[in-house]
Design a protein around this ligand. Sequence first.
Ligand SMILES: NC(=O)C1=CN([C@@H]2O[C@H](COP(=O)(O)OP(=O)(O)OC[C@H]3O[C@@H](n4cnc5c(N)ncnc54)[C@H](OP(=O)(O)O)[C@@H]3O)[C@@H](O)[C@H]2O)C=CC1
Ligand SMILES: O=C(O)[C@@H]1CCC=N1
Length: 265
Amino acid sequence: MIKIGILGAGRVGEAFLKGLKPLHEEGKIFVAASHRRLERREELGRKYSLKIFSSNDELVQSSDIVVITLKPDQFRSLAESMKRKALFKDKTVISVMAGITLNELYEKGGIERAFRIMPTLGVINQNGLMAMCASSLIQPQDWMDVESILSALGDVVRLEEDKFAAFTALGGSGPAYVALLMESLVDSGVTIGLSRSISKKIVEHLFESLVGLVEIYEHPVHLKEAVMSPNGTTAQGLLYLESTGVKGNIIQAVIKAYQRAREME
Ligand SMILES: NC(=O)C1=CN([C@@H]2O[C@H](COP(=O)(O)OP(=O)(O)OC[C@H]3O[C@@H](n4cnc5c(N)ncnc54)[C@H](OP(=O)(O)O)[C@@H]3O)[C@@H](O)[C@H]2O)C=CC1
Ligand SMILES: O=C(O)[C@@H]1CCC=N1
């Protein structure tokens, strides 16, 4: 049975624990994790009834596949000693860390067999989208095994490593942009006299129904035209948005995030 260890189970690491637990319970894989704080280990142990190690080294030693869910700098500070101990020899690693390239995994951590993935936060409720690339030692069977495991957390797309910064800027950071838009719309409802609860209900409905509407209208532009009546309310709202350069600003925001993602590599 494949043994999977989640190294540094924070927000994304916990999403992996939660998403993979059903496969663990069905006896298809064995899942464990590590964390540096006792309080967090106890919390995860209580919630998932899985083994949570205090020692990262022991977790790695007892795993076939190690999912590294540390922050990039937390990994960088641990990597050298792990490389010295040759901990990752014969292990397969899945890294979710923004800006850590396959080459850096090898150079700093001595990790030869690696998948680099970039998940969206949707993995928290098994509804993520994950970009995935791999080092040259990874074989077709490894791809199939890992894709099958990751499908418990959402959809997987194979992507060239040189497109990871772009995926990170749009998909990885994306939930934050959409959350900001959502927050602004809820505040706008309150500003024009609606209670916060009804405003929130309207905005939640708008987001929930949007994907279905775009499917029906086939393109966001056609959806926009369907809502926009001659001399109506939508035309006035859109005129203001367009005059403030909202579309260019959103594109610029993603470009900024992309530049930062490139800098991190
Ligand atoms: N959040 C997101 O939307 C996305 C994040 N990512 C990537 O995922 C990674 C994790 O992000 P996220 O889950 O948000 O971050 P978190 O800070 O929630 O997770 C990292 C966890 O690792 C723990 N940790 C730190 N050092 C050690 C150590 N030496 N040994 C064991 N555990 C340790 C931290 O503990 P402590 O709580 O004590 O700091 C923390 O709980 C990042 O590299 C990020 O780039 C990728 C895509 C999306
Ligand atoms: O902000 C970040 O750096 C990480 C990567 C994508 C989402 N969070």
